[in-house]
Design a binder for this molecule. Structure first.
Ligand SMILES: Cc1ncc(COP(=O)(O)O)c(C=O)c1O
Length: 424
């Protein structure tokens, strides 16, 4: 089936023709691109077109597509059976690698980042005997009911859900504060002493585009909740093992860390971890129930172990970050030449080009970006064989499989695309 045939067939099967909304390309006014294969830095659509890929499965693929050690581990493991509903050596191997790299004393594997954050919050509520949770406007922690919430303004408020189907009673247990605003965090705890179980935050915000935390915000995150008896949950689903081998190190005082993406080598995974006494509140030792038929699945564990084995020396991180730096420089030059207002925010191998003057510092400022310019840019890049995440509010991921040739080609395409944006 060609691209159009697959799109049409999918539209008759899946709501919006996709199984996860951002893949629909609706936010850039496009159509889903059916991908049939990936190799290194490239993906190929059903029409045989090749794209330089910066979606990278939204984060897991730090070694690019189909890296040999990961593919080989999956093949080898599959022949021995794909699921047992029992403890397996693969869990012990990946768990030990993660524990050694992060210092997390106890870990639980789940099947997605959503499950990891959902469980971390349940654990925090049980540990503190409190119900309220604080999150930050523009941070995404998966799609569990209580986390699909953001504030309509910069004022601290108990949330209204972003999604239909979330009961007000549940959304009302989540407070949403502006990102990078230590005073708002302090004010929240002063106004609600003794009610807040946890503060959850992306160590670097990657879901409003890449927005960096200020040192003052990071400092407040590590002091303020603790001072008021609440836990800090570091959502490292994107950043864990992406910025360095281990946790990002931005929130060393976090009580719980959530992981996903890279630790599964591109297969479905999530994990949470923390101090032993906290984690042992989980069943079967403690009273907090959590379970999963396919949690710790042998294929996922093998893929994750192969991935971590291949990146443990940090060389992939260094290479991907250096390439991302070249991409940043190239796009900044292209922006100046085309006289298009824009800012490239980068941390390691993650970056976002915002169509606004200056880097944003929170979701409100990120939303000031020119979304129609982004959509035109996205389309123009796709036409030139570059696959960017289909939203202004996503992060681009550079992998160690990219080479200078792909970065140069991307910068060239960006120059053309920005001239096209400027000419409208
Ligand atoms: C920071 C963060 N947390 C949690 C999640 C949810 O992970 P999953 O999509 O595996 O449920 C995501 C997904 O992109 C994420 O970016």
């Amino acid at each position: 089936m060609d691209n159009a045939g697959l799109r049409a067939a999918a539209a008759g099967l899946f709501p919006g023709g996709v199984n996860s909304p951002v893949r629909s390309f609706r936010s850039v006014g496009g159509d889903p691109v059916p991908i049939v294969s990936g190799q290194g830095p490239f993906v190929f659509d059903a029409g045989g077109s090749r794209y330089i890929d910066y979606i990278a499965a939204f984060g897991p693929l730090i070694l690019g597509h189909a890296p040999a050690p990961v593919v080989e581990a999956i093949r080898r493991t599959a022949g021995d059976g794909t699921a047992f509903g029992a403890l397996t050596p693969g869990e012990v191997d990946l768990g030990a690698r993660i524990a050694a790299a992060t210092g997390l004393e106890r870990i639980r594997f789940v099947n997605s980042g959503t499950e990891a954050t959902m469980t971390a919050i349940r654990l925090a509520r049980a540990a503190t005997g409190r119900d309220l949770v604080v999150k930050f406007d523009g941070c995404y922690h998966g799609h569990s009911d209580g986390l699909l919430v953001k504030a309509g303004s910069g004022v601290a408020t108990l949330g209204l859900s972003d999604s239909a189907g979330v009961p007000a009673a549940i959304a009302g247990l989540t407070a949403v504060l502006p990102y990078n605003d230590p005073a708002a965090l302090e004010a929240w705890f002063v106004a609600h002493p003794g009610d807040t179980a946890a503060v959850i935050v992306e160590s670097i915000a990657g879901n409003m585009g890449l927005v960096e935390p200020t040192p003052a915000f990071l400092d407040a995150l590590q002091r303020t909740p603790r001072a008021h008896g609440a836990l800090l949950i570091a959502d490292e689903v994107i950043t864990g093992f992406r910025l360095r081998y281990g946790l990002s190190d931005m929130l060393p005082a976090a009580d719980l860390a959530c992981l996903g993406k890279i630790i599964g080598g591109g297969l479905p995974v999530g994990a949470l971890g923390g101090r032993r006494e906290l984690m042992e509140l989980l069943a079967p030792i403690g009273p907090v129930y959590q379970a999963g038929t396919l949690s710790g699945n042998p294929l996922v564990m093998a893929a994750g172990s192969a991935m971590l084995g291949a990146i443990a020396d940090g060389q992939a991180h260094d290479r991907a970050a250096a390439l991302a730096g070249h991409l940043q420089n190239g796009i900044e030059t292209a922006l100046r030449r085309a006289r298009v207002p824009g800012a490239v925010v980068r941390r390691g191998s993650m970056l976002t080009l915002f169509f606004r003057d200056g880097a944003p510092f929170d979701y409100a400022s990120a939303r000031e970006s020119d979304l129609s310019a982004f959509s035109r840019f996205h389309r123009a890049m796709l036409d030139r064989g570059v696959m960017l995440p289909p939203s202004q509010f996503e992060t681009w991921f550079v992998s160690a499989a990219h080479s200078e040739a792909e970065i140069d080609a991307t910068v060239l395409a960006a120059g053309d695309a920005l001239r096209e944006v400027a000419s409208r």
